[in-house]
Design a protein. Structure first.
Length: 354
């Protein structure tokens, strides 16, 4: 076994293709287990300082089963393959190996995990601030308040359905058709490119579907969900949610609670569900919008205008039975359907934004 020992200043120590013991001691060190590829099982310890630790130098080059421990300070640890044990890093990048063990017993408050393998899988996890939680692939998390996961550009599956004890989880799904399921922490999820499914657990969560046709289920909590581009299906779930369809022909369903539903451009379908819901319609869209379950006296319909005076707006109920309503501004009309019927234009509120 080759031995590389640092000093009290910032060192750069590089191992061999065989098994190495590398220790940085004090200083902001850069420690590399293997810069030429190989299967050596390395032990790399950062100790004090803000260290950067690499199992290898590029993805898949290091096939050894390494032990990498950051020590004190804000450390970044990069696995690059193999069955690795990682302890104490504040920023972690996995590789093509079967699993990495991650131990945050130093009670640091934040952790970032990057996935790099093809079709990455981060399976069901349980997080507790007082004891280690083991994922089904062997990954361990302890003493974490905030977790950030950055997935690959392939079709990833990220399951964190039981992450009790975490204050906040942030997930960037990347490109590809991803499946994301979060737990009970306050979550922020970016679907980004691809046809994604995002399931939000309990907590007041925020989700951005991104590009393409996304499905987002808000679950429990007061959620804010933005579909983005594409034909999206948004479900608020329980409690009082804010849903924004964005561009595309969207289905926006509030579920239980007093929800705010915004369709955006193109032909949208609104389903309020239980509770006193508010339907926000943007004047000037070419296509028809449909409100499927408007409840007179309980729900509110709001048509928004930008740069238009109130006296220039005329709202006319064309067919009370079918709920066909015309909204005209200076001779230009937009029409809306309210599936359960509407009795008068007084049921529609107007919102003028200068």
């Amino acid at each position: 076994m080759a031995i590389r020992l640092g000093t009290s200043i910032a060192d750069k120590l590089v191992g061999t293709p065989l098994a190495d013991y590398i220790r940085g001691y004090a200083g902001d060190d850069t420690l590399v287990g293997d810069d030429a590829g190989g299967a050596g099982n390395d032990i790399i310890v950062g100790d004090e300082g803000n260290d950067i630790i690499y199992g290898g130098v590029e993805e898949g080059a290091d096939t050894g089963n390494d032990v990498m421990m950051g020590g004190d300070g804000d450390d970044s640890i990069f696995s690059y393959g193999g069955r690795d044990y990682i302890d104490g890093g504040d920023e972690l990048l996995g590789g093509d190996g079967d699993f990495a063990l991650i131990d945050r017993s130093d009670a640091s408050s934040a952790l970032t995990v990057y996935g790099t393998g093809f079709g990455g899988l981060i399976p069901a996890a349980r997080f507790s601030p007082s004891s280690a939680a083991v994922m089904s692939d062997g990954t361990i998390f302890t003493d974490i308040e905030r977790l950030e996961l950055i997935a690959t550009d392939y079709s990833d599956r990220l399951y964190l359905a039981n992450n009790f004890g975490l204050d906040e989880t942030e997930i960037h799904a990347g490109a590809g058709g991803d499946v994301v399921q979060t737990g009970s922490s306050v979550d922020k999820v970016w679907g980004e490119d691809g046809n994604d499914y995002i399931g939000l657990g309990a907590g007041d969560d925020t989700a951005y579907g991104g590009v393409m046709n996304d499905t987002v289920d808000g679950g429990a909590g007061d959620d804010v969900v933005r579909g983005g581009d594409g034909n999206d299906s948004l479900l608020g779930g329980d409690d009082n949610d804010e849903l924004f369809g964005g561009d595309g022909n969207d289905i926006v369903s509030g579920g239980d609670g007093d929800d705010e539903l915004h369709g955006g451009a193109d032909q949208d379908t609104y389903i309020g569900g239980e509770g006193a819901d508010s339907f926000y319609l943007a004047y000037g869209t070419i296509d028809f919008d449909l409100i499927a379950d408007y409840e007179p006296g309980e729900d509110t319909i709001i048509v928004s205008f930008v740069g238009i005076e109130e006296e220039d707006v005329l709202i006319d109920v064309l067919n009370p039975a079918t709920g066909l309503v015309s909204v005209a501004v200076d001779g230009m009309e937009s029409e809306y359907f309210f599936a359960d019927g509407i009795t008068s234009s007084a049921e529609i509120e107007t919102q003028f934004l200068v």
